[in-house]
Design a binder for this molecule. Structure first.
Ligand code: P70
Length: 459
């Protein structure tokens, strides 16, 4: 069948003007930022693909929801609306709002992990693993090997490898595994989904061994869209139905609502178990705020309730993923090495292949991200050895197989023309790749070093 064009299911009511900079200005800015795109001022950025977090465009419906904010300290009506929406769309009975995703991770880790525990997951995420470690736990990667291979075209790179999971179970025993944490559309693997089939098997496994199944649902709608496209049994189901089914297979959820749900700030911890809810309420008042607002303003909870409904619409997801495919396909056509299949929230450049002259200890992805900024003002994010940090016991660098630069697409923000400009910029950097130099740390923070670390060029 001929491939039909698609279009965004919205029109634009307001625009934000962008600033262009000169190459000289950008060369100065990246040195001032210590070759770290997190330390650039956004005024110095032209197309901002650092993240899809909190920088999506809210709809007119969401903005009008902002005006319905009930800012009462306790029992805000917006909390009840949010709680009911989460139950309706995501199945979870109890909701504890938090200021963002890591607030929920902190509470969950503190409640459930005891020192010496092991927490399996389908690849690490930076903040998730850190909270597990701070609570005394050790993260164990149980994702399938294909997830670590840039060239594997596996349609569900987010899947769990049960042989890895069973090996861990045998080694440490179920009593030392408080839960398994499964991310939908695995960020660090390149925005790669887990299949419904794999998740169903995991549910059975968790029931068998009485291990809680936690869901990092930050990008659940994108995962649902891929299930609809790639898993035959789900071809006729809506994204909304699939999202609900995914959530209903799990016990607890942490959510950064700054992504899928298209709000600028917010998150939550959700669950079905009343005892766990009681414990979470006990901690949320210590770290976030009263249990009926957590870290959120009433207006933001209202905008989130609306965002959840918009995020599961099929036509929204089609355009969302379609835009990322558009950029990815353009890059592939020019021979740029990227993670395949193209991910749900971003296109990931393979820095190892693009900069073969830079050894991993000289941070090729960090260098590539800086070079792309200098070339065109496009801001991206390192997702390689810098992000992976150091082993908490040995102090040695984790050396991940994936050494990537993430071009992350905010939701409903940029046009196809911005994608064209971005693709051209990446291609230009690729053509001049031999001029890019490796980096070394001049300042290395102890935790989450990628955020504030500073670098200088080697040689
Ligand atoms: C990103 C953001 C946040 C995130 C996530 C998953 C799968 C939890 C969170 C935490 C922001 C970010 C965070 C750390 C390093 C770089 C960027 N991801 N789980 O850009 O949520 O940010 O709300 O606390 O992707 O990927 P929050």
């Amino acid at each position: 069948m001929e491939k039909r064009s698609w279009a965004e299911p919205y029109k634009i009511k307001m625009v934000e003007l962008l600033k262009m900079t000169t190459r000289e200005e950008r060369e100065k800015a990246i040195i001032e930022a210590g070759f770290n795109t997190f330390l650039l001022k956004s005024d110095d950025v032209y197309i901002d693909l650092l993240t899809d977090s909190g920088c999506g465009a809210m709809s007119d419906q969401q903005w009008s929801a902002i005006m319905l904010g009930d800012e009462s300290y306790a029992g805000s009506r917006n909390f009840y609306h949010l709680r009911d929406t989460i139950e309706e769309y995501y199945s979870y009975k109890y909701t504890v709002p938090t200021h963002q995703g890591r607030g929920a991770e902190n509470i969950l880790s503190q409640i459930m992990i005891k020192p010496g525990d092991f927490v399996p997951g389908n690849m690490y995420f930076t903040t998730t693993r850190l909270h597990q470690e701070l609570a005394g736990g050790t993260f164990v990667d149980v994702i399938i090997d294909e997830a670590h291979q840039v060239d594997s075209h596996h349609p569900f790179k987010g899947n769990v490898d049960f042989s890895k999971l069973n090996k861990l179970l045998e080694e440490v025993g179920a009593e030392n595994i408080p839960y398994i944490c499964i991310a939908t559309c695995v960020n660090m693997a390149g925005g790669q989904p887990i299949s419904m089939d794999n998740l169903k098997q995991l549910r059975v496994w968790c029931d068998q061994h009485k291990i809680v199944l936690v869901h990092d649902m930050t990008r659940v709608a994108e995962n649902a869209f891929f299930i609809q496209q790639r898993e035959a049994a789900y071809a006729a189901k809506s994204v909304k139905e699939i999202v609900y089914e995914i959530c209903a297979l799990t016990d607890v959820a942490t959510m950064s609502s700054k992504k899928d749900a298209m709000v600028n700030i917010g998150g939550f911890l959700a669950m079905n178990d009343d005892k766990l809810y009681e414990k979470a309420c006990g901690l949320v008042v210590v770290y976030e705020g009263l249990h009926t607002y957590g870290g959120m303003a009433g207006r933001d909870m209202e905008a989130l309730a609306v965002g959840i409904k918009e995020s599961v619409q099929d036509e929204h997801m089609h355009a969302r993923i379609g835009q990322i495919e558009y950029l990815g396909e353009k890059l592939m056509a020019a021979g740029v090495p990227i993670v395949q299949p193209i991910g749900g929230h971003a296109v990931f450049l393979d820095a190892r292949k693009l900069l073969p002259h830079i050894p991993q200890e000289q941070y090729p992805a960090q260098a590539l991200s800086a070079a792309l900024y200098v070339e065109s003002g496009v801001r991206s994010m390192e997702r390689g050895i810098v992000s992976a940090g150091r082993n908490k016991e040995t102090g040695k660098n984790h050396a991940p197989a994936l050494e990537l630069v993430r071009l992350t697409i905010p939701r409903r923000v940029y046009t196809q023309a911005h994608m064209d400009v971005t693709a051209e910029s990446v291609i230009r950097v690729m053509e001049n790749a031999d001029k890019v130099k490796g980096l070394r740390f001049t300042y290395e923070p102890e935790v989450l070093r990628f955020f504030m670390g500073r670098f200088e060029e080697v040689g």
